[in-house]
Design a protein around this ligand. Structure first.
Ligand SMILES: Cc1ncc(COP(=O)(O)O)c(C=O)c1O
Length: 210
């Protein structure tokens, strides 16, 4: 039996990293804001298309936290989140004093099951607690059933926070993941598609929200 490790995501260097690190030292620009971050946000906007606005943040988790605030989630609210995901999808719900309503994933994409989602919304409405937001995750970069989830969300007029933490580079029907939510988020954690060691971004469709 082999005991060699299969790494989850060992970083791949493109060759220009040292150059840019040296450039930052030479310019003495070691701040977390400035032309590099502005350029990074612009590159992401150009890549994602669909006229989105991107704001770089310290973490994908911070982007979910901020996104929920922008969607008006407050203490006591219910927020839907899928069961199978990294805990960071759900933690910010608790940071706000809201309650996660966990909904099962389906077996094709491992994303939020549209039928279970609708059932959970109806159950919560019956209890007098219409969910304030739906967090849908493209788990391991596999797009969830975007059209079906959007249809349910629109029927009940509940905004979708699209967790595209691990889906930069994925697309659904020729549209890039990270552009489907009322608010979307990306992560640049060490195990993600591109990494800043730690980092994240919020993606919105209006500059005012960004
Ligand atoms: C699905 C998912 N959502 C959110 C996050 C949180 O991102 P971050 O680690 O940048 O806070 C991660 C990963 O780390 C993730 O895999």
């Amino acid at each position: 039996m082999s005991h060699s490790k299969i790494w989850l995501s060992s970083p791949h260097m493109g060759g220009t990293e040292q150059h840019y690190i040296q450039e930052a030292f030479d310019a003495n620009w070691l701040a977390p804001l400035g032309s590099n971050v502005n350029g990074f946000e612009k590159d992401l906007e150009n890549y994602l298309g669909n006229e989105v606005h991107v704001g770089a943040l310290s973490l994908g988790t911070a982007a979910i936290h901020l996104g929920l605030i922008l969607l008006g989630v407050q203490a006591g609210d219910a927020v839907i989140c899928q069961t199978m995901t990294f805990s960071a999808s759900a933690n910010p719900i608790l940071y706000l004093g809201a309650s996660p309503v966990f909904v099962d994933s389906e077996t094709n994409t491992w994303g939020l099951c549209p039928q279970a989602l609708e059932q959970a919304i109806q159950d919560n409405i019956q209890k007098g607690k219409k969910p304030k937001a739906i967090i849908a995750v493209h788990l391991f970069g596999v797009p969830y059933q975007v059209a079906a989830i959007r249809k349910v969300a629109s029927t009940y007029q509940i905004p979708v926070l699209e967790d595209a933490a691990s889906a930069l580079g994925s697309s659904y029907k020729d549209q890039k993941c990270g552009t489907f939510g009322d608010i979307s988020i990306l992560s640049f954690n060490g195990n993600k598609i591109i990494t800043t060691s730690g980092g994240g971004a919020i993606v919105t469709h209006t500059a005012a929200l960004k």
